[in-house]
Design a protein around this ligand. Structure first.
Ligand SMILES: Cc1ncc(COP(=O)(O)O)c(C=O)c1O
Length: 370
């Protein structure tokens, strides 16, 4: 494995200062002996609901399960259509497939890379049941437009907030607009666990109750199973770790914004670079700092040769993945999604990246274009 001078992500910066606190939490969970659905899960669910400004949070095993359970809870299944962005992480699409519903992709906005809200209505049919907006890269979607369309056509909205913990649209937190909202606490996320974890948030007591039974074998009272559930519970240890990290999330996001502002200033007008654009009324949390360039592959190679690791989110749009070949969607069906896949490059952006690291990365990029 290549050792980079500057890796794309180094989680030690946020996790090392918490090591002693994590160890104390491990001992507490261990001594408590209540390893499943215990007090740490309950505490985190309460804290995360409060943080997002929602009435309820149900901790879950990971983000994909959170999306699947969101759709199941809304009663989305075989025969229903779900509108999703053509450009997203594949989990958004897989959730729809796993509940047996039909994926209806909508191309992305070439400026924000989120679902193009002006193209949603033409995709609505009598079978449409739900829209899944994804706040990709930490950038909120235009939730005014999405909620207006959903209300007009009597559709559910299930936000995919895996990449945007702490982001806001018109001062309201993402993950609080939809009827139900799914998120992931995968370690590299803005709020990341030390393993797999996820959650849903909602203002509906009914939806909360359904998810909470679905994730626990369809049961809220021991050995009474009122529905066909599974096991998708949040681990007590991960909840304890997340409890320690949640109060630090806003600080992490401030630092991500500071780093993004440095890139924005220093890379403006460099070569053919297209910088990120923030939705009007939104605060971005830069889960991923995306630039675009027609020379993306060469730029990535040049950065790697100079020991800077970058990633591509995502090199192949979901509809072009082999897993979705059976849908028979032509390669050029979603031109903006294809353009982003072909030209995007994710630069390192995480708390702990030093000003010296930033200067180094920026100079390499400037050097490439001169
Ligand atoms: C947009 C999006 N949705 C869903 C997921 C799935 O989350 P998890 O990996 O916790 O299952 C991810 C994770 O990378 C994601 O980025």
């Amino acid at each position: 494995m290549t050792q980079y001078k500057i890796p794309y992500l180094n989680l030690q910066h946020v996790n090392s200062p918490l090591q002693a606190a994590y160890q104390t939490a491990i001992v507490k969970v261990f001594q408590n002996s209540n390893y499943i659905n215990g007090v740490y899960c309950a505490d985190f669910e309460k804290a995360y609901a409060d943080y997002t400004g929602t009435a309820y949070c149900s901790g879950l095993s990971n983000g994909l399960d959170a999306l699947i359970l969101s759709l199941k809870t809304l009663g989305v299944g075989v025969g229903d259509e779900v509108i999703v962005p053509a450009h997203t992480y594949i989990a958004t699409w897989l959730a729809v497939t796993h509940v047996g519903a039909t994926i209806v992709p909508v191309d992305c906005d070439p400026a924000t890379y989120n679902i193009d809200t002006t193209l949603i209505e033409e995709k609505i049919t009598p079978r449409t049941k739900c829209i899944i907006p994804v706040h990709l890269y930490g950038q909120p979607c235009n939730m005014d437009a999405i909620m207006a369309i959903a209300n007009k056509h009597n559709l559910y909205v299930a936000e995919d907030n895996a990449q945007a913990h702490g982001a806001t649209f018109k001062e309201q937190k993402t993950g609080s607009f939809g009827h139900i909202n799914a998120t992931s606490f995968y370690p590299g996320k803005n709020l990341g666990a030390i393993g797999d974890a996820g959650a849903i948030t909602t203002n509906s007591a009914d939806l909360y109750d359904k998810v909470t039974r679905l994730k626990n074998y369809g049961s809220s009272v021991k050995y009474q199973h009122t529905m066909l559930g599974g096991n998708n519970r949040l681990d007590e240890l991960q909840a304890a770790f997340l409890n320690l990290k949640l109060p630090l999330l806003d600080g992490y996001n401030v630092e991500r914004n500071r780093l993004a502002a440095i890139y924005n200033t220093q890379l403006a007008g460099v070569g053919d670079i297209v910088l990120p654009h923030t939705t009007l009324g939104a605060t971005h949390v830069y889960h991923i700092y995306i630039i675009r360039s027609g020379r993306r592959n060469q730029l990535q190679e040049y950065l790697a040769a100079n020991s800077v690791e970058t990633l591509i989110h995502y090199p192949t749009a979901a509809y072009n993945q082999a897993a979705y070949a059976h849908l028979g969607i032509g390669e050029d069906t979603y031109p903006n999604a294809a353009l982003v896949a072909d030209t995007c490059l994710s630069l390192p952006v995480y708390p702990g990246l030093s000003d010296g690291d930033m200067e180094y990365i920026i100079n390499i990029i400037k050097g490439f274009f001169t």
